[in-house]
Write a protein that binds this ligand. Structure first.
Ligand SMILES: *Cc1c(COP(=O)(O)O)cnc(C)c1O
Length: 387
């Protein structure tokens, strides 16, 4: 068995190779000097720092978001946490939305304060009031970073980014969790966001078979984040990077499909008298519909609706559905459904649910691309009729 793999053999496959290696070799001392010391050669050193499969998918993700650079992570949460811990220091002030992803909110509430970071929570329910509060905070404190998320879950709230930018100091770093609306639905970086963060587990990978995070944005910021990734190691393996790359081939097709299905199902739900409220940014009745028109090119496949029922009776409705899986996630091939207060927020008290504006009749439906949408609609119609 030859010890060294001849890299000249077969490097013309149409698909990229999956690299699984803990380390990378050097031919001699000269190559160590050129490759490692001077970084003049594109060679790897160790699997926590380098993997050619990452490099390929990161480049593609940069093209997708029109970003200067991209880094991938072991999960969306690792992407968020590494970004914040890399860019913030003790004494820094940050702003974050009250309606952001539950675990991201936990980072601001429970982890960053341990390191002396002062986090200000502001609600995005009223877009004008959000700008007012950001403006007041920004006059009072030196805001190092503002974290945004849109659309938010489960209400699909949006933020008037241009107005937020206008009231912030130029030096404030703007990060945006855009997991619910990746390109082509929304190009966060086009609107002055410095760093777009994605749970690649959702639409970007789109098959519900990997957990992965993505950070795309300004190079000078990503260099700092890269040092933290190198040091602390929240990395995906080569196979995950490969699968993410594979999924990007169909991203446009999947988003187009999910946008069409989403609007169709949202319109159906709105037509039913049993349903009190449908939250979908593509519907004129969504409180942030006009922001959706400005910032979004499509509204995705996640629809939240509320029934005028208590938690138990809402549960009966969900139990009657035969088609969707009762499961968390979205952007997967299968249609998934979550009864919000019984599932995602089951540990929340009544007061906490009230704070985040989630009622007991709330249900979140995430459409899958392998399902026949008429079958899903018929299933919902039947469950509604049984109420
Ligand atoms: C899923 C999700 C995350 C967390 O991502 P993981 O890949 O599950 O770690 C963060 N933000 C939003 C909006 C999400 O939907």
């Amino acid at each position: 068995m030859p010890k060294k793999r001849n890299i000249e053999t077969y490097n013309n496959s149409v698909n990229i190779p999956v690299y699984n290696s803990a380390s990378y070799y050097f031919d001699d001392r000269k190559q160590v000097i050129e490759g490692l010391h001077k970084r003049e050669l594109p060679v790897g050193r160790y699997g926590r720092y380098n993997n050619p499969t990452w490099v390929y998918v990161e480049k593609r993700l940069s093209e997708l978001s029109k970003a200067e650079d991209t880094l991938i992570f072991s999960s969306g949460m690792a992407a968020h946490f590494t970004t914040f811990i890399s860019l913030l220091e003790s004494g820094d002030h940050v702003i974050f939305p009250a309606e952001c992803y539950r675990q991201v909110r936990n980072i601001f509430h429970k982890i960053l304060p341990k390191f002396g970071i002062i986090a200000h929570e502001v609600s995005i329910v009223d877009p004008e009031e959000f700008i007012n509060q950001v403006s007041i905070l920004s006059k009072k404190h030196n805001i190092k970073l503002i974290h945004l998320e849109m659309p938010s879950s489960p209400h699909m709230y949006l933020i008037d980014l241009c107005k937020v930018k206008a009231v912030l100091d130029k030096k404030t770093i703007v990060t945006m969790d855009s997991s619910f609306a990746p390109p082509p639905n929304f190009y966060a970086l086009d609107w002055g966001v410095d760093i777009a963060i994605f749970s690649g587990t959702k639409y970007l990978s789109g098959h519900g078979d990997i957990i992965v995070g993505v950070v795309s944005g300004k190079k000078y910021l990503l260099e700092k984040i890269n040092w933290y990734r190198d040091t602390t190691g929240p990395i995906p393996d080569g196979q995950v990077a490969y699968l993410l790359n594979r999924s990007l081939h169909t991203l446009n097709l999947r988003m187009k499909d999910t946008n069409e299905k989403g609007l169709k199902v949202a319109t159906f739900l709105q037509s039913r008298s049993e349903i009190k409220n449908v939250l979908y940014t593509g519907l004129e009745t969504h409180p942030h519909f006009s922001l959706g028109k400005k910032y979004l090119n499509g509204h995705g496949g996640v629809i939240t609706f509320t029934l005028d029922l208590n938690e138990e009776r809402t549960g009966h409705f969900v139990d009657k559905l035969k088609e969707p899986f009762m499961a968390s996630n979205f952007g997967a091939p299968q249609t998934l459904i979550e009864q919000s207060t019984f599932f995602t927020y089951y540990e929340y008290s009544e007061k906490e649910l009230d704070d985040i504006g989630v009622s007991y009749g709330t249900v979140r439906l995430a459409l899958g691309f392998i399902d026949d949408i008429d079958v899903i609609i018929a299933d919902i119609r039947k469950a509604l009729s049984s109420l």
